[in-house]
Ligand binder design. Structure first.
Ligand code: C2E
Ligand code: SIN
Ligand code: SIN
Ligand code: SIN
Ligand code: FE
Ligand code: FE
Length: 404
């Protein structure tokens, strides 16, 4: 492909590269990359597929027409969809041949090509896909990471048009930059999931799906909570970047709890439960030595996720989490508890109640919702409960995506 880009485009791409390098969470990265690619190509929508187990797995979507109108569109993020890497679909063809495709109208693909456009998403969402620009995401080592797709280029008057040659060049550059960043973010995520699995070896009832759900619930509840406080989108995104993975680590301190307690089939006696409470302090210790935002939030969530809004939680004010004689004291109350932990408290309990544990069966959904309403203002921050209820449809989509 001939490189004849306008100078502005080159400067844009350099700036985007700088932003990309600052993001850590995989999904925040996909969000950023898609937004930048859509802005620069004028696309109404876009999606990203990543290679997982030799297939293309749907990972992320943005769609101004469907998602601009409030929170419900967020549920499209949690679709489950897999595409074969072969010549039968647009994304599959691009992945297999590592070759970009610029299609004028998805519904008018000629018969002389092997691929066709799958209309099932359009039909489910009442959307009409016309122009599509699809790029392979390939690392410098020529490894295929996934596929990025821009949908419906819009001109200045909002009319859907074809993607230009410039769009095509810019997208291929961006897609390849994104590929390397995505590889790095996936590695970070793998390391963290491995850490969690080590904790799980001790706690066989807990599965990776539990922490995936808690992380996703937490960022979606936070999004809605933050909107109610008029927090700026940029700050919301920065918080989400850190919150997902640190929320996943809320119980990492359980590694230090003895198997006899962790794996007990029945209820804990009061002495055992007192020891169990220490998992909050042990968790905070794991992240205490570093001062990055990430470690600070991980420590804050681990320490405070069993505090309760009315002050009846634990471990309360701890002066030094490294002290030898920790005394579990009076609980923190209300906004003394960091918002991250108030949110994870609800996400964790919702997930604990809707799942079965070694010591209890799962509860029916309606009973769980009644319980949460009943604990509003007692265990839980009332505004956090309201935020949760307002996005309940999204919560359901997450539960469906990360089923055990
Ligand atoms: P977990 O299983 O992840 O549960 C997290 C929180 O969900 C609990 O925090 C509690 O607030 C809520 N929760 C879970 N199950 C129930 C339930 O049946 N009824 C009600 N009302 N709430 C429930 P909590 O109580 O501070 O417990 C912290 C951790 O201690 C639990 O994490 C679990 O690992 C352990 N644990 C608590 N109770 C027992 C028990 O009776 N037996 C055993 N083996 N472990 C327990
Ligand atoms: C996802 O988990 O699929 C994306 C969630 C988000 O960052 O909003
Ligand atoms: C962990 O986060 O340490 C494992 C999952 C859990 O116990 O909740
Ligand atoms: C926020 O206002 O975005 C929450 C800040 C925090 O909990 O650190
Ligand atoms: Fe816990
Ligand atoms: Fe948990």
């Amino acid at each position: 492909m001939e490189l004849r880009l306008r100078k502005n485009n080159i400067i844009d791409i350099l700036k985007i590269n700088e932003k990309i390098s600052q993001v850590r969470d995989l999904y925040s990265l996909l969000d950023l990359v898609l937004l930048e690619a859509r802005t620069i190509t004028g696309a109404d929508a876009g999606s990203i597929y990543l290679v997982r187990k030799n297939k293309l797995s749907f990972e992320y979507v943005q769609n101004d027409s469907l998602m601009g109108k409030g929170m419900k569109g967020q549920k499209y993020l949690y679709q489950k969809q897999e595409i074969e890497i072969d010549n039968t679909s647009v994304a599959g063809f691009v992945a297999l041949n590592k070759k970009q495709l610029n299609i004028r109208d998805a519904y008018k693909i000629k018969g002389d090509v092997p691929y066709s456009f799958n209309r099932s998403f359009d039909e489910a969402a009442s959307y009409r896909t016309s122009s599509i620009l699809t790029s392979p995401m390939v690392t410098i080592e020529n490894q295929l990471v996934g596929v990025m797709q821009m949908i419906n280029a819009k001109n200045g008057r909002g009319k859907v048009v074809s993607f230009s040659r410039d769009d095509a060049i810019v997208l291929s550059l961006l897609a390849n930059q994104a590929a390397s960043a995505i590889e790095k973010a996936k590695m970070t995520r793998e390391i963290i999931l491995r850490m969690i699995r080590i904790a799980e070896l001790k706690d066989p009832e807990e599965t990776g799906t539990h922490v995936n759900r808690v992380g996703a619930y937490a960022i979606e509840i936070y999004r809605q909570w933050a909107r109610k406080q008029d927090i700026k989108e940029e700050k919301i995104k920065r918080m989400q970047d850190v919150l997902r993975m640190t929320a996943m680590l809320h119980d990492a301190g359980k590694v230090a709890i003895s198997d006899a307690i962790l794996k007990k089939q029945g209820s804990l006696d009061s002495l055992e439960f007192e020891h169990m409470k220490m998992h909050t302090v042990f968790g905070a210790r794991l992240f205490k030595d570093s001062n990055t935002d990430w470690d600070k939030m991980a420590a804050e969530i681990a320490l405070n996720h069993h505090e309760k809004w009315d002050g009846s939680g634990y471990p309360g004010h701890i002066e030094d989490v490294n002290a030898h004689n920790i005394k579990i004291g009076e609980g923190k109350q209300g906004e003394e508890i960091p918002i991250s932990a108030r949110i994870v408290a609800l996400a964790d309990v919702y997930d604990a109640l809707t799942s079965s544990r070694s010591y209890k069966d799962s509860w029916p959904e309606a009973k769980v919702l009644d319980y949460i309403e009943q604990e509003k203002g007692k265990h839980f921050d009332p505004v956090v409960v309201e935020s949760f209820m307002e996005i309940y449809e999204v919560i359901q989509a997450i539960r469906e995506k990360y089923k055990n």
